[in-house]
Write a protein that binds this ligand. Structure first.
Ligand code: NAD
Length: 327
């Protein structure tokens, strides 16, 4: 086989299923692994293994050769309603850490061209994100460490794990810290969905003249990155000599209230915001893209509005399908 071989772990998830499509377009042969198939469209992987990466035997079964590229995206994760309630902490830490330990242990013996690890903006210390006008999180802000969730602590541990395997076993790693990735074919209901998808769903389901619920006062701010630009960043990082960790995120800061108003605008409905108690995470979070520009000569540029409108239309379609199936 002359094609470059890629392994995507977490290929049934949101980013993983989009990444498989992108790698196929680029001419890779792709094996995907996940607990489940992608929910919204068939996988384009050449091979897809359903299995649990917490099982070291399964991991050795799927890492049976020296892949040119491995993308490790599998993690036990979700939005604020999953990560910040505390109810899932033990599972989040145990499951994701076990996957990363298993993967690196297998790679140590078989080898790999390069492995990508998806870390998160959730590793940054809580105390520098108390202001809605966040100045931007630089990669060096990670230490002294004080993430606001166990999810963030696990990501930080695993970043260090990947770096250790690079130091001690020569594994070529690439690490990115994703900042709120969104787009079509992402989880939009069920409890693990994140703010952009949850807001789109609430707006699409609301009756004209009604209201939608927003967790907290809605003044908390974030930056959101469209899936295509996330993948562009990942592929550029993999093709570069830069190890990271590097932010892959947008610098376009928006409050949750303004995000909701933007989506309401797409819907053409007249809706009010109703603020209710709920998990919110930090007050303000923004990516600082100085390092990615310096190392990759590239940074995301797509306006938030464009990606949000595409995402809203997709979720509106899902809501319509759901309503029709309940008739
Ligand atoms: P996702 O939940 O859609 O995808 C993760 C996939 O991992 C899921 O399909 C899940 O079934 C799979 N998985 C979990 N445990 C597994 C196990 N034991 N064995 C096999 N598969 C397992 O999430 P996503 O949004 O696609 O995120 C991908 C990666 O990027 C994750 O590591 C996540 O932590 C990281 N990340 C995402 C964002 C974001 O905004 N989406 C932000 C920061 C970091």
């Amino acid at each position: 086989m002359n094609k470059k071989q890629a392994l995507v772990l977490g290929a049934g998830g949101f980013i993983g299923s989009h990444l498989v499509k992108r790698l196929k377009k680029e001419g890779f042969w792709v094996r995907g692994v996940d607990l489940k198939y992608p929910e919204f469209s068939p996988t384009e992987a050449d091979e897809f293994v359903i299995g649990d990466l917490r099982n070291p035997y399964l991991v050795r079964y799927v890492i049976d050769r020296r892949f040119d590229e491995i993308y490790q995206l599998a993690a036990d994760m979700g939005g604020a309603g999953y990560i910040f309630t505390g109810e899932n902490d033990a599972n989040v830490m145990h499951n994701s850490a076990t996957i990363n330990l298993n993967v690196l242990d297998a790679i140590k013996d078989v080898g790999v061209g390069k492995i990508f690890y998806s870390s998160s903006a959730c590793i940054y210390p809580e105390h520098i994100q108390m202001d809605t006008e966040n100045r931007g999180l630089k990669e060096s802000d990670a230490y002294p460490a004080a993430p606001d969730s166990e999810y963030g602590w696990e990501k930080l541990f695993s970043e260090r794990l990947y770096m250790s395997y690079m130091r001690n076993y020569g594994v070529e790693v690439r690490i990115a810290r994703f900042h709120n990735i969104f787009g079509p074919e992402g989880t939009w209901t069920g409890g693990r969905e994140k703010a952009p998808a949850a807001i789109c769903r609430k707006v699409a389901m609301a009756e004209d003249g009604g209201e939608i619920e927003i967790w907290g006062d809605g003044k908390q701010t974030r930056t959101f990155l469209y899936i295509d630009e996330c993948l562009e960043g990942v592929r550029r990082l993999m093709d570069s000599d830069f190890t990271g960790p590097v932010n892959i995120g947008s610098e376009e800061l928006i409050s949750i209230n303004d995000l909701a108003k933007m989506v309401i605008g797409f819907s053409g409905k007249n809706l009010k915001l109703k603020h209710v108690e709920g998990p919110q995470g930090v007050r303000g979070r923004r990516s600082d893209n100085t390092l990615i520009k310096e190392k990759l000569g590239w940074a995301p540029t797509k306006p938030l509005r464009e990606g949000m409108e595409i995402t809203y239309r997709w979720i509106e379609e899902q809501v319509k399908k759901l309503k029709n199936s309940n008739k």
